[in-house]
Design a protein around this ligand. Structure first.
Ligand SMILES: [Mg+2]
Length: 249
């Protein structure tokens, strides 16, 4: 992957954003194929192996960046090398065992073992979550537990290290490569995309978004598309004139 000062990156969520409409997906990559100095990456709640396989299933050209497990891991193509710097960066005040123990009070349903990662502790919740979220916040504070709590699609509750999220991962990449966030375009549909959409990059929310993102409306840097899935991404690219954005500088 060659990065120079004019490189632009499109980082998209996978489920309900990139995939879902095969025809629009084709059109999207047809459009991206002609762009110079553009890299494509994904940011997903999925594990790396699961992200790779679902992208193959949908015949998505291989991304160069994989931000996975809700932003707690970063890997680079072609050999899927892990970013050890990111791991070091987020591994601060991360106490997953004590966190799990402390959360037992709330009798939350754990997500399957495969969804639990070194830097992610995951539960299932329901739509009532927002009602008791303040209580949970307070309880974690009282117990001196530092974690980034991310609620998504009305059912997933993920705890990550304080410094980890999809959005913080995107900022880390911008920093690492010395690129302005305005050279990043991100797309998503649900709560775990929120930090990425408000990171300072250009943001696209696809039409089929989850209610958690409603609060991002009326933000100049975030475009709410009329189209769903990849169709919405295509629309957003045009809205921001992102592929020709070098002309704007
Ligand atoms: Mg999604």
């Amino acid at each position: 992957m060659v990065i120079n000062k004019n490189t632009r990156l499109i980082i998209s969520d996978i489920d309900n954003t990139l995939i879902g409409d095969a025809e629009a997906l084709n059109k999207l990559f047809e459009e991206l194929r002609h762009a110079d100095n553009l890299h494509f990456g994904v940011a997903t709640g999925r594990r790396l192996d699961s992200a790779v396989s679902v992208l193959e299933e949908w015949q998505v050209p291989k991304p160069v960046i994989f931000i996975t497990s809700v932003g707690s891991e970063i890997h680079y193509a072609p050999n899927l090398i892990k970013d050890e710097g990111w791991k070091k960066h987020i591994n601060e005040q991360w106490e997953p065992e004590r966190l799990k123990k402390t959360l037992e009070t709330f009798t939350l349903a754990m997500q399957p073992k495969l969804s639990q990662r070194e830097f992610k502790v995951s539960y299932f919740v329901d739509h009532t979550f927002e009602l008791w979220q303040p209580k949970l916040d307070e309880y974690l504070q009282q117990n001196n537990l530092s974690a980034n709590m991310i609620y998504s699609s009305g059912k997933f509750l993920d705890f990550l290290p304080k410094k980890a999220s999809k959005g913080l991962a995107v900022r880390y990449l911008a920093n690492k490569w010395g690129l302005p966030l305005k050279q990043f375009l991100v797309a998503g549909d649900s709560g775990n995309d929120e930090e990425m959409l408000t990171s300072g990059a250009f943001g696209i929310v696809v039409r089929n978004y989850s209610f958690e993102l409603e609060k991002l409306k009326n933000n100049d840097n975030i475009y709410f598309a009329n189209g769903s899935n990849a169709q919405g991404i295509l629309e957003g690219i045009k809205h921001f004139n992102f592929l020709n954005s070098s002309l704007m500088r």
